[in-house]
Design a protein around this ligand. Structure first.
Ligand SMILES: Nc1ncnc2c1ncn2[C@@H]1O[C@H](COP(=O)(O)OP(=O)(O)OP(=O)(O)O)[C@@H](O)[C@H]1O
Ligand SMILES: [Mg+2]
Length: 359
């Protein structure tokens, strides 16, 4: 199949020269005589590579680059080669930092340009293959996680049914069955996290928006974690200000955020300390903070905190489990709500996570 090349220049003669050359070399050419037309043609024709002039009256090549690479991210894999009379270093740096792959200055040697176009096409092919592999991985991960989720949840239910009749169990059996329950819960949580990651990666984490009273969610997450906190003799102080407005949000997803922040606070806080949850109204929305008196996070690790599978130095104080997916999912959910999540932390003193959600 012919490779498709989009040639963009406001000077018709320049377009003609490149058109003739690349057509003769067996390329399928698409032509644009300005920045706006370039964006439009990229959208409609989905080229394999773009030759882009910088100085154009309607919209310059930098802006085209920005739109194609940063704003409409489905174009991210189409290599852009800037072709321009601008020779200064700043322009080159600017073009590349906006996402262009390569840079050729006029007057150029057309054979050199062809060689650069061919190397850009190799890059495109490799990126497309990677994208396909990533999609395959997501499909597999989604399917496998989904198939594991049901049997694990059946194990949990069966174990719960057995535990309802505690009196009939030998103490050592009771302990073993409690252990099975705990492990099954661990697998269930991991699988739920993986399914969330797949949903986020494939852009399928939609929000089911409704008017949500955050104080109800805070109370729910408090109830869900009360036992785990009591087991570590950690007191949870819940402060809910008056007149916190309801917000438009997805309650199930927000509950996941609160659940992860509170389980983290419990996991990374030693016995006998305190956790404070504070919900308040702020300008433009509401703010929820969860503060602990736990182990804290070193400053140089904070930038990786919201990365997937971040292996950071803070360890749970009682050997509790985790996979390192929780905070990356929290951040994505908060982003989907157009909110903000921040952290402040001091080693050996404690950590505060703050979530802002617009109203
Ligand atoms: N409140 C906290 N205090 C200290 N360290 C924390 C706190 N919250 C998170 N961390 C650090 O950030 C890491 C990432 O947190 P995250 O919630 O993403 O993963 P996790 O809790 O280890 O596993 P998961 O949430 O997937 O079960 C944690 O492993 C820990 O090192
Ligand atoms: Mg966590």
């Amino acid at each position: 199949m012919k490779s498709k090349i989009l040639i963009v220049d406001d000077v018709k003669e320049n377009v003609d020269i490149l058109n003739q050359y690349f057509s003769a070399k067996g390329f399928q050419t698409v032509l644009a005589y300005g920045g706006m037309q370039a964006v439009d043609k990229a959208e409609r024709e989905c080229p394999d590579v773009i030759l882009l002039d910088i100085m154009m009256p309607d919209m310059d090549g930098f802006r085209v680059c920005e739109i194609l690479k940063k704003e409409r991210t489905h174009f991210k894999n189409i290599p852009i080669i800037l072709v321009t009379a601008k020779e200064d270093i700043e322009s080159k740096v600017k073009g590349l930092s906006l996402g262009a792959e390569d840079y050729v200055t006029k007057p150029f040697d057309i054979q050199e340009l062809e060689a650069r176009v061919r190397s850009a096409l190799h890059l495109k092919k490799a990126l497309d293959e990677l994208k396909e592999l990533n999609e395959l991985k997501n499909q597999f991960l989604g399917m496998a996680s989904h198939d594991i989720k049901s049997p694990v949840s059946r194990i949990e239910k069966t174990v719960e049914a057995i535990l309802k009749n505690k009196a009939s169990l030998q103490p050592e059996h009771l302990e073993q069955i409690e252990k099975i329950k705990e492990e099954a819960q661990g697998i269930f949580n991991l699988i739920s996290d993986l399914l969330n990651v797949v949903k986020i990666e494939t852009g399928k984490m939609g929000l089911e928006l409704e008017k949500v009273a955050l104080d109800k969610l805070v109370e729910e997450v408090f109830r869900m974690n009360q036992m785990a906190a009591e087991a570590k003799k950690i007191a949870i102080d819940v402060q809910i200000d008056k007149e916190v407005p309801k917000i438009l949000a997805d309650p199930a997803r927000l509950l996941e955020v609160l659940e992860n922040l509170l389980t983290n606070a419990i996991k990374f806080t030693p016995l006998g300390k305190k956790i404070t949850i504070h919900l308040k109204k702020v300008k433009g929305g509401i703010e929820l903070s969860i503060s602990d008196e736990g182990v804290g996070i070193p400053k140089n690790e904070l930038s990786r905190l919201f990365d997937r599978f971040a292996r950071l130095s803070p360890q749970p104080t009682q050997g509790e489990k985790g996979t390192g997916l929780g905070l990356s999912i929290c951040k994505q959910i908060v982003d989907l709500h157009k909110g903000k999540i921040d952290v402040q932390s001091e080693v050996s003193k404690g950590t505060t996570f703050t979530v802002f959600l617009p109203s």
